[in-house]
Design a protein around this ligand. Structure first.
Ligand code: ARG
Length: 836
């Protein structure tokens, strides 16, 4: 760099003894100066120098404090440490007590010494403050404040997090002689999530009362929604040697967790490492969640943003004696489950079960429910069940584990954060030479009915009942060695697994043949969906063209143009130039969050909010229906046919129950409404059940709620492909000769090719009908379900009304699937008569 006249040159200083810039007296004063004596001159020069130095210093200070961009930022950390050589007493709960102040001072001193002894922390360290104590032996929760230039912040974070490890040795230099510290956990306090320690607004201290259930709610609950920008916390304590159970009986927050959320900690420090769960959205009472702490404290925080305020939550809490050991030796047979099941398992639990059966037998464990934290990104199970030398985690369907001795050890471990529902299992002896008496032994340990072997259905779950089969004459021999019913050959579904049942098919005139031999409807060519499975139906299509010539199978936009995309309605992407495919999409959503545990037959509250129960006079629930708008329902025509003098066609005899879950249990969520008008399809054919559809107008419009919502109606072009899984729901008979259900039932079924169905059912299956179910039987709609919805979850999670329960040959019989009205055929008819 070139030296300019403005640059400070230290050499000049050395020569004159005064910095050049300090010679500020103008030359015109020369004469005055000359008149003075050398003494005076010396004094004056001294004064001038003094004044100059002083102003330089002031200037520097002013610059330092006001103008220099002091870019240090405040960083807060929080954490806790456990002290093993002190005993927790109730006095330590009270921050005003002498005991609290004394121990806090000792801990703060220890922390100060520790952090000041660390080169990476000392320059930025400001203070440590103990905020609370709890039992264990004594746990001290603290805040750490630092000021650091932003460029050093990451380094500081790392250094502080590293203290979690370094201090927990016995003899860290900073640790006060009087404290023995066993564990120290500390983390960055996210200013967006963590309430500053001094902020005591919306802060509550609760203590469980032995034998009593305590409650608390979000501010304003239930009379008004929670406030905007709320920053609330509840410190919950239990007596020593107890743990806490927290049950959110009502939970109704905004669905975007980024905006409004609740976090529950297994600690009084709001740190990620001790986060039991973070929640937002709405949970129905049938899916309420119960959380368990590992010690006698819990911290609940609620954070909300500035808009969309919901009712909030109501929580119940109580203390339970701490299960000291969940280690057990069990003999014969019995049940085991994660601690406190069906509540969420507590953090940091370790259990060991030794299961013993008679000497000649081996142990078999069947897990009926298995819901643990998923493995992390390195595929390591943080929470797990250890059995047969395997660590198992995540979510599993029914699972069997076989031992090879008469004794088996099962272990359960949970880490410090993120709890889930846990597991429930049963153990019993089995004879290794005859593992499944009078049943077929699957490779995965399950036992299935003997007649299910080689029936074309994967009953074991691992296909072992379907391999090495001699295919019967009415079965197809798959390339994979499986036998499949001839009905499945060339039905458009890859049943064999290797497509061999779909290769070499004679395609019908309106079908195209894929490269792999499969036949698909011609109209599915170039619809942007790979129906063939080898993309051959999507090759050679003009890429740029979005619009196509209109056919019965293309979606027509409001502007009259037709688009290539199949089932574009409300899929979350705009396909029509005029956006009409994404209009009127306030349908098919479930406000409540539901559990993912399948297999249950009882629906959850609000799981099917379009489901209606139609009661005829005093007969009770007679038919089902679906909400399609605030004043229209759709049902089956056959429900409203006069029969043996009973006037089913008279709207005055019907009552609709909306938002119902259990028959005859009219909670305040349920809306009872009269029917004003019944419109039966003019071409309904009572012999054939053809056009089995009817519209019902409600006497008054209803308000949509978390349990009352309209279902989306599929466009005329909407395709529910063969093999797609859908759900049928209702309060009908639970078996052909069984009683009707009181709790709404649900069943998962699959769409079956109409031609297959037509062959199986003696009555005709017309093009206005959809077939669905299982050829193995066992799962089906039944009497009383008629008129109810067959719901299909489509792209973007919206639920569409694929079908209406119409008829069947008995219920759930083998090779007799159920038949449903194909709703897409009636899209225009519905608009014509109801305006929906
Ligand atoms: N028609 C019956 C009713 O009135 C519904 C029959 C449905 N049957 C079946 N197997 N899917 O409720």
């Amino acid at each position: 760099m070139r030296n300019s006249g403005l640059t400070y040159d230290p050499k000049k200083d050395e020569i004159n003894g005064i910095p050049e810039e300090m010679e500020f007296l103008p030359a015109s004063n020369q004469k005055k100066l000359e008149k003075r004596s050398p003494k005076e001159r010396m004094l004056l020069v001294g004064l001038i120098i003094g004044a100059a130095l002083l102003s330089l210093m002031i200037g520097l200070l002013v610059w330092h404090f006001h103008f220099r961009p002091d870019n240090r930022i405040k960083k807060m950390y929080n954490g806790y440490l456990t002290i093993t050589n002190k005993q927790f007493t109730e006095k330590l709960e009270d921050s005003e007590s002498e005991a609290f102040k004394q121990l806090a001072a000792t801990v703060e001193e220890t922390l100060q010494n520790t952090y000041m002894g660390m080169d990476a922390v000392a320059p930025y360290y400001v203070r440590s403050t103990v905020s609370a104590f709890s039992e264990g032996s004594v746990i001290a929760y603290y805040w750490l404040e630092c000021w650091v230039p932003p460029e050093n912040a990451a380094e500081l974070d790392a250094a502080i997090r590293a203290t979690s490890l370094s201090i927990s040795g016995r003899s860290h230099p900073g640790v006060s002689k009087s404290l023995r510290i066993a564990e120290l956990v500390v983390d960055r306090a996210d200013p967006q999530r963590v309430k500053p320690p001094k902020d005591k607004s919306c802060s509550f201290d609760l203590h469980a009362v032995p034998g009593k259930v305590g409650t608390f709610t979000s501010p304003g609950f239930p009379n008004s929604p929670y406030p905007s920008n709320a920053w609330c916390q509840w410190v919950i304590r239990a007596d020593p040697q107890h743990i806490l159970e927290l049950n959110f009986v009502t939970f109704d927050l905004e669905n975007i967790c980024h905006n409004d959320f609740v976090v529950v900690y297994d600690s009084l420090s709001p740190i990620e490492q001790r986060e039991i769960t973070e929640r937002c959205g709405m949970y129905p009472p049938t899916n309420a969640f119960k959380l368990i702490s590992s010690r006698n404290v819990m911290l609940v925080t609620l954070m909300t943003d500035d808009d969309e305020n919901y009712p909030g939550f109501k929580a119940e809490f109580r203390q339970l004696p701490k299960i000291k050991e969940c280690n057990e030796v069990l003999e014969g047979s019995g049940n085991i489950s994660s601690p406190y099941y069906p509540a969420y398992y507590p953090p940091r639990a370790n259990c060991t079960w030794i299961l013993r059966v008679a000497p000649s037998k081996h142990v078999k464990v069947t897990f009926n429910v298995f819901l643990l934290q998923n493995p992390d990104k390195d595929n390591i199970c943080r929470d797990y069940v250890e059995i047969n030398n395997k660590k198992i985690c995540g979510e599993k369907p029914k699972m069997v584990e076989l031992g090879n001795k008469n004794e088996m050890t099962v272990k359960f471990h949970s880490d410090g954060a993120e709890s889930f529902r846990g597991f429930s299992a049963m153990f019993e002896p089995y004879d290794p030479s005859k593992p499944c008496p009078k049943k077929f032994a699957c490779n995965n340990g399950r036992c299935v009915q003997l007649d299910l072997k080689c029936d074309g259905w994967n009953d074991c779950g691992d296909n072992s009942d379907e391999i090495n089969c001699e295919c019967s004459s009415d079965q197809f021999h798959c390339g994979t060695g499986l036998c499949k019913s001839m009905f499945w050959v060339c039905d458009g579904v890859n049943d064999c697994g290797d497509n061999s049942d779909e290769a070499n098919c004679e395609c019908a005139v309106d079908e195209m043949k894929c490269m792999n031999g499969k036949c698909i409807p011609e109209v599915q060519r170039c619809n942007l969906v790979d129906e063939c499975g080898d993309r051959s139906d999507e090759q050679g299509c003009s890429e740029a063209e979005n619009t196509v010539a209109c056919t019965d199978y293309t979606y027509k936009c409001r502007d009259g143009s037709c688009i290539k995309k199949k089932n574009p309605e409300c899929d979350g992407t705009r396909h029509c130039a005029d956006g009409s495919d994404e209009q009127n999409c306030d349908c098919g959503t479930r406000p409540y969050k539901h559990s993912r545990i399948v297999g249950g037959m009882d629906a959850e509250i609000g799981e099917w909010p379009w489901q209606v129960s139609l009661h005829f006079k005093k007969l009770g629930s007679t038919c089902g229906a679906s909400v399609i708008s605030n004043n229209w329902l759709v049902s089956a025509a056959h429900c409203f046919q006069d029969f043996q003098g009973t006037r089913y066609s008279d709207p005055g005899h019907w009552v609709a129950y909306l938002g119902l879950h259990v028959q005859h249990k009219l909670s305040d969520r349920v809306v009872k409404e009269n029917i004003k008008r019944i419109i039966v399809h003019e071409k309904y054919n009572p012999q054939m059940f053809d056009n089995d559809i009817a519209l019902l107008e409600l006497a008054h419009p209803v308000t949509f709620t978390s349990v009352i919502q309209p279902i989306c109606l599929p466009d005329a072009s909407h395709d529910f492909p063969v093999g797609k899984s859908t759900w049928v729901t209702g309060w009908g008979k639970t078996s052909e000769s069984g009683p009707v259900a009181t709790v709404l039932q649900k069943a998962e079924i699959r769409i079956i090719k109409r031609k297959v169905c037509d062959n199986l059912l003696s009555s005709a299956v017309t093009s206005h009908m959809l077939c669905a179910g299982y050829l193995s039987g066992g799962i089906d709609a039944c009497q009383g379900d008629s008129g109810g919805p067959m719901s299909s979850v489509e792209e973007n999670g919206k639920v569409f009304l694929a079908g209406i329960v119409s008829w069947g040959d008995g219920c759930a019989r083998k090779n007799k699937p159920g038949v449903y009205t194909k709703v897409s055929n009636y899209r225009q008819w519905i608009t014509q008569h109801s305006g929906v």
